[in-house]
Design a protein around this ligand. Structure first.
Ligand code: NAP
Length: 308
């Protein structure tokens, strides 16, 4: 099968398309034919060895042999191991691959079930929402789950005021829609070129970060979510209400299968939609990484592997 191998840490040019053996599912695994995947900021950070800890997991001096990036996929189950009960051949699925990565390829094997809260090791698979294309479904798991768990951590409630910094990025575009779902009043911080996008997702107010420092605002917020990790609690403290909560993504959340099902349900009820900036093919992986590296993508970047 065709796969993108990360042959060197550093620039995107270290990513090479190679032919490798198609994986064979174990008893408890599914073999998924991947139709679409994503280039996520997490992939680019592993490629760039940011943070250094990456080397301890994926190879100290150079990436381990056959390191395939890719945290998210969508596709169709091609075969199943003898112990698999809850999926069948032909099911359309979307999945978070977790720290095992491996999504930037034509096939992947993933275990049917992961123990609660162990997504980092095993990944999570769910039936694909009916109303999304494979490209759209492939960009949901990581950004959607991270934004959801962060807002739940802040115990977001109806009529609360939330400010989302980085509202036009992957996490920001999910966070706006989820905050509106919970009934909050949303202020999105982005550049003017993204005002229309951010408002179309439900933001009630927008602030242009290139013209204004949002921490100079006279408004107070119950939650400040620095989705793009460009600010600090010490700067945002003055715009928080007395019991206000500051959030960013510095601590990884545990995801569960129920969280994936929750997102699927919201998507099928048209309460949540992924934003796709660009779609590349597997052969264009270097350009896809270069685009994510700019730090200015709108929503997500998908890789289409099987075009239908
Ligand atoms: N995505 C995930 O699932 C995930 C999970 C865990 C942790 N994280 C971490 O969370 C952070 C954000 O990830 P992401 O994937 O959401 O990023 P992203 O999609 O790459 O963010 C890009 C967006 O951020 C905006 N932006 C850039 N500089 C900004 C600034 N100073 N103020 C406000 N907006 C700014 C850009 O808008 P303009 O073009 O207008 O500048 C662009 O739309 C990263 O540090 C990442 O490592 C992400």
């Amino acid at each position: 099968m065709k796969a993108v191998i990360c042959t060197k840490y550093g620039s995107p040019e270290g990513l090479q398309i190679r032919d490798i053996d198609k994986p064979i599912p174990k008893k408890d695994e599914l073999l998924i034919k991947i139709f679409a995947t994503s280039v996520h900021i997490g992939d680019t950070r592993i490629r760039k060895v940011d943070p250094f800890l990456v080397r301890l997991v994926y190879g100290l001096f150079k990436p381990r042999k056959d390191l395939i990036l890719g945290l998210e996929i969508s596709g169709i189950i091609e075969s199943i191991g003898s112990d698999v009960k809850s999926f069948k051949v032909g099911d359309e699925v979307f999945a978070f691959t977790g720290f095992r990565l491996g999504g930037n390829a034509e096939y992947i094997c993933l275990p049917e079930k992961s123990a609660e809260g162990t997504h980092e090791k095993k990944g999570l698979i769910t039936l694909k929402p009916d109303n999304l294309s494979f490209e759209e479904a492939a960009v949901v798991p990581s950004g959607g789950l991270t934004a959801l768990k962060n807002l739940q951590k802040a115990d977001i409630k109806k009529d609360q005021k939330i400010l989302i910094n980085g509202a036009s990025g992957s996490l920001g575009t999910y966070a706006i829609q989820l905050a509106k779902y919970y009934g909050a009043e949303v202020t999105g911080v982005c550049s003017q070129s993204n005002f229309e996008l951010v408002k179309s997702l439900g933001a009630d107010h927008v602030i242009d970060y290139t013209k204004e420092d949002f921490t100079d605002s006279t408004n107070k917020y119950d939650i400040v979510y620095d989705a793009v990790m460009k600010s600090k609690y010490s700067h945002c403290k003055k715009i928080l209400t007395e019991n206000g909560v500051f959030l960013n993504n510095s601590r990884l959340s545990k995801f569960t299968e129920n969280d994936m099902l929750f997102l699927k349900d919201l998507i099928e009820k048209n309460k949540l939609r992924p934003v796709i900036d660009r779609i590349y093919t597997l052969d264009e992986i270097v350009n896809a990484h270069k685009h994510v590296d700019t730090g200015h993508k709108k929503g997500n970047v998908a890789i289409s592997i099987v075009q239908i």
